[in-house]
Design a protein around this ligand. Structure first.
Ligand code: MF3
Ligand code: CO
Length: 254
């Protein structure tokens, strides 16, 4: 099958649609976040996501994507990404849970992720969340015309490693637009000044995944859920960001 390629440079009209797609996505994500508490199973959030997509007239972008069966990815503790919602996976106090979500609005894809604590979490978990989110914002700061993808990658890696944590290498950020995954790839590790040049009109899904222990990954028998091989905690934050003449524009903000 030949996949239709989409131009990686978007005009201001397209960026406006992507901003709306991501805005609706974030409304849903924060409604879900409000419901995080001990005793909830991860499938309840899938049900919420589906319901809210219907209400807000957007299409879940992940459901059916390369055979992924759900609207939402819900990854708990050592799960890094692509955790499948489950009735028998129940949240408990001290867990950290990441929600990765995508919607299609007027033919354009919004993509973002957050990680939140369940009740009171350990100080190491707290530090992991703070570090991963900070890495994302430091990376966004590099999403400027004339910079390179490597500048984004390096910002993420250096922030995570300064804390003694490691960045996951098996998954990357990406361009996003009419398709969920467009060029260029954005590794979460790399060297400044390397890789493709950033241009006005690029829209990038920047998504650091950070683990307390080693960066090695294992995929569970369900074929999707990616976990840390050493069982250490992992966090994930993602924003869709447009590169504009006036600097980085976070599309996935409320
Ligand atoms: N948000 C994730 C990404 O950016 C992906 C979801 S993969 C899917 O790559 F298969 F679940 F859709
Ligand atoms: Co993404």
């Amino acid at each position: 099958m030949i996949w239709k390629r989409h131009p990686i440079i978007k005009n201001s009209k397209e960026i406006e649609i992507l901003r709306r797609a991501n805005g609706i996505l974030m409304e849903i994500l924060f409604t879900i976040k409000e419901e995080v508490k001990p005793g909830k199973c991860t499938y309840e959030f899938e049900e919420m996501a589906l319901e809210l997509c219907e209400k807000k007239k957007v299409i879940p972008a992940f459901k059916g994507y390369r055979g992924y069966p759900y609207a939402l990815c819900v990854s708990v503790n050592e799960e890094i990404v692509h955790g499948m919602p489950r009735r028998d996976k129940v949240l408990k106090e001290g867990d950290i849970v990441s929600f990765d979500f995508g919607v299609i609005y007027e033919g354009y894809v919004g993509d973002a992720a957050i990680t939140v604590g369940v009740g009171t979490i350990s100080s190491i978990a707290e530090r992991l969340l703070k570090t991963t989110e900070e890495a994302l914002y430091l990376a966004i700061e590099k999403a400027r015309i004339g910079n390179k993808i490597g500048d984004i990658s390096y910002a993420i890696q250096s922030r995570a490693e300064r804390e003694g944590f490691s960045v996951i290498r098996d998954f990357v950020g990406h361009g996003v637009g009419r398709s969920l995954h467009e060029p260029p790839e954005i590794p979460n590790y790399g060297k400044p000044g390397r890789g493709p040049k950033l241009e006005a009109g690029m829209v990038l899904a920047i998504e650091p995944m950070v683990a307390v222990g080693s960066h090695e990954v294992k995929i569970l028998e369900d074929g999707w859920t990616a976990v840390t091989k050493d069982g250490s905690l992992s966090a994930h934050f993602e924003h869709s960001v447009a590169i504009t003449p006036s600097g980085p524009l976070i599309l996935s903000s409320l």
